[in-house]
Design a binder for this molecule. Structure first.
Ligand SMILES: [Zn+2]
Length: 273
């Protein structure tokens, strides 16, 4: 085989530099206050690290994905990457792994087979926008029923929580959003996409639902599109800084813990999805 032919199949994947870490240690140093164990915190604050936590064996009931994790205070990732529109880098989702870890930890306590895949500060690609990225490959490496991607939204965002399925017609964002709003006792503002492929949404409160539009409907997100090709329901959830940034950088915020536990309850309710 010529060198040219050998390179033809996956010309890009070698450019994406991620150190793969299957983390089997403790999640919390102090379970009562949800302080990270130092080893896990080190991974969450590092660059170009794919951090994988597994509970049980596949098929996994859910894979929780965090493609844009970065340490608190680090606002830009993929700084050595240029997007198709010519812009360098992209916003990070500071400490989005925190509430995802709360979901994972609760599902582990309930003995649910699940996996958490965190791309910590990729410097040379956008992990959920390329089917050949180490993040996407890991998300789809084993049989799964449901993909939930956890993201961060900025402080200025109108709603505290936004949920979208992007173009994934198997993920019912409105149904998930209604159940999540109920579990959260309607204490945060929450909007959820009405139908896949659209930016139309409902803002869900205790007494009423109001028509609105999503700021980031995730209609071009590769991971959500790839999930549908594999007949996997997928959702994209964005949470404001109050859910991700606590007073201490080594722990989860009080709101993040409430959100993580509520997401886990909704996942448990949904059975096999
Ligand atoms: Zn994100």
């Amino acid at each position: 085989m010529s060198r040219l032919m050998k390179n033809e199949g996956c010309p890009k994947s070698n450019d994406m530099n991620m150190d793969i870490n299957i983390y089997k240690g403790q999640i919390w140093k102090k379970s009562s206050s949800k302080v990270y164990s130092p080893e896990l915190l080190g991974l969450l604050e590092s660059k170009d690290a794919l951090v994988i936590l597994k509970n049980g064996e596949p098929p996994f009931h859910v894979v929780i994905g965090v493609p844009h994790q970065a340490a608190v205070g680090v606002t830009t990732i993929a700084e050595n990457w240029t997007n198709p529109r010519g812009k360098k880098g992209r916003d990070s989702d500071e400490n989005a792994a925190s509430f995802a870890l709360a979901v994972f930890s609760e599902l582990c306590d309930q003995k649910i087979p699940c996996k958490l895949v965190i791309a910590a500060h990729s410097t040379d690609h956008d992990p959920n926008k390329d089917a050949n990225s180490p993040y996407c490959k890991e998300v789809f490496s084993e049989k799964i029923h449901f993909l939930l991607e956890c993201h961060g939204a900025g402080e200025q965002r109108k709603q505290d929580i936004e949920i979208s399925a992007g173009t994934n017609s198997l993920g019912n964002a409105l149904d998930f959003g209604r159940q999540l709003a109920t579990k959260l006792n309607f204490q945060y503002s929450l909007s959820a996409q009405i139908e896949a492929g659209s930016n139309k949404a409902k803002s869900i409160s205790k007494d009423k639902e109001i028509d609105t539009t999503l700021v980031l409907p995730a209609l071009e997100t590769t991971s959500l599109i790839q999930a549908e090709k594999r007949e996997i329901a997928a959702l994209h959830l964005e949470a404001k800084p109050r859910f991700r940034i606590s007073e201490n950088d080594d722990s989860i915020s009080a709101d993040g813990l409430i959100l993580g536990n509520a997401i886990a309850e909704v996942i448990l309710l949904k059975g096999n999805l």
